[in-house]
Write a protein that binds this ligand. Structure first.
Ligand SMILES: [Mg+2]
Length: 392
């Protein structure tokens, strides 16, 4: 059995699940209830993991909502904290950030800028930003920086705006956020909050939130090599090279994948679990994934031979690998994966431990600012009666 209790720590007196205090198995139900009540904002709350969406729309921008209050009466954001990872994108984030800051300031926005100096800083800054109750958290960097920040804020933190200046910008890719100063000013001024699901996993080594994709088996082994070669968020090429090296020695493993109580057992190359369609710098691994449906999408890749793996792999960039006879797509809210063998697990491309792993989805736990709908999109979304433009 999994040593969930080993990582069951909770910050005393908070009653909520901070990033340093993932819930254990016995406290899971209590933590779920506490989370649901602690995170239930005036405009609607984060659904507890496992609770099925009832289709009730949660309006964060309405009067009294966190985002509504943050914007103030004139539609202006009151307090922006910017976490900037200057080394993201091989230094691109650090070089480009001053132009973004100048653009925001020229429009009258006050920005408190926090530069990260090393691994773990963004996580600590995310925690502090949440404690301070800032109205908008701007994260400048790649998916690695967003991953760290989210592990600091936990589910239901301040709305996040992503300035995608890393080398792996898979989350921003799916949200159609553009990395230009004018684009970010427009995002802050007119963007709307989309409440994405935040994944959480527990291995015997500990718990972790993840924003895109987690997985066990071959890709976790690849991620481990990429990470050891220089860290996550370095685009697709290091993944491809590492994949070829890993493949030479890799042996498929027996996996037991339990999705909402249904058990799938098979010898597999790997299994991927996520909310986002992309990972690894543009690989379209979960083409059917919806980031705010409260459920995980899974891609279970069966007993592929080495040659077959090489044939199927390029299809991942287009998302057509799902049509292969040994690839199964699943969807569910409660996911557990185990194996009699030691199998590596990654979260957003970072090695996080080994099987067994247990996943929970914090539905709506990640409020993210996305571009306002264009006039045509808005009309299409609203049907015959078009909506008012966002933000005022
Ligand atoms: Mg989903």
């Amino acid at each position: 059995m999994m040593a969930y209790g080993a990582c069951a720590r909770r910050r005393p007196g908070t009653g909520s699940t901070g990033p340093g205090a993932p819930p254990g198995p016995r406290s899971w139900d209590r933590a779920r209830e506490a989370l649901a009540s602690a995170l239930r904002g005036p405009g609607g709350g984060v659904k507890a993991p496992g609770s099925r969406s009832q289709g009730d729309p949660v309006r964060w921008r309405g009067p009294g909502s966190r985002w509504g209050r943050a914007r103030g009466e004139n539609g202006r954001v009151k307090e922006i904290i910017a976490i900037v990872n200057p080394v993201a994108g091989r230094g691109r984030a650090g070089r480009a950030w001053p132009a973004f800051e100048a653009a925001l300031r020229s429009q009258g926005y006050g920005v408190d800028v926090w530069y990260t100096a090393g691994p773990g800083d963004a996580r600590e800054m995310g925690r502090r930003a949440r404690e301070r109750g800032c109205s908008l958290l701007l994260v400048t960097g790649g998916d690695g920086t967003v991953h760290e920040t989210l592990n600091g804020t936990g589910p239901g933190g301040p709305p996040l705006a992503i300035v995608p200046l890393g080398t792996g910008n898979d989350l921003a890719r799916g949200l159609q956020v553009t990395a230009t100063p004018a684009g970010i000013v427009d995002l802050v001024r007119r963007g709307r909050v989309r409440r994405l699901d935040l994944g959480y996993l527990e291995t015997p080594e500990g718990g972790r939130y993840f924003v895109n994709v987690s997985g066990a088996g071959f890709d976790a082994e690849v991620a481990r090599r990429v990470y050891e070669a220089g860290g996550p968020g370095r685009g697709a090429l290091p993944y491809v090279l590492s994949m070829l090296r890993t493949l030479r020695a890799y042996r498929n493993v027996p996996l037991e994948v339990k999705v909402d109580g249904q058990v799938h057992r098979q010898t597999s190359l790997m299994v991927v679990v996520g909310n986002s369609a992309y990972y690894g710098g543009g690989m379209h691994i979960l083409p059917g994934a919806t980031p705010d449906d409260g459920a995980f999408d899974l891609c279970l890749i069966g007993d592929l031979g080495k040659l077959e793996t090489l044939v199927v792999f390029p299809r991942v960039f287009r998302g057509t690998h799902v049509h292969h006879r040994l690839v199964r797509c699943l969807r569910g809210e409660q996911v557990e994966i185990s194996s009699p063998e030691p199998v590596a697990v990654h979260a957003d491309g970072e090695p996080v431990g080994h099987l067994p792993v247990r996943y929970r989805n914090f539905a709506g736990g990640m409020p993210v600012l996305v571009p306002a709908l264009g006039a045509r999109q808005a009309a299409a979304a609203a049907g015959p009666k078009a909506e008012e433009p966002a933000g005022g």
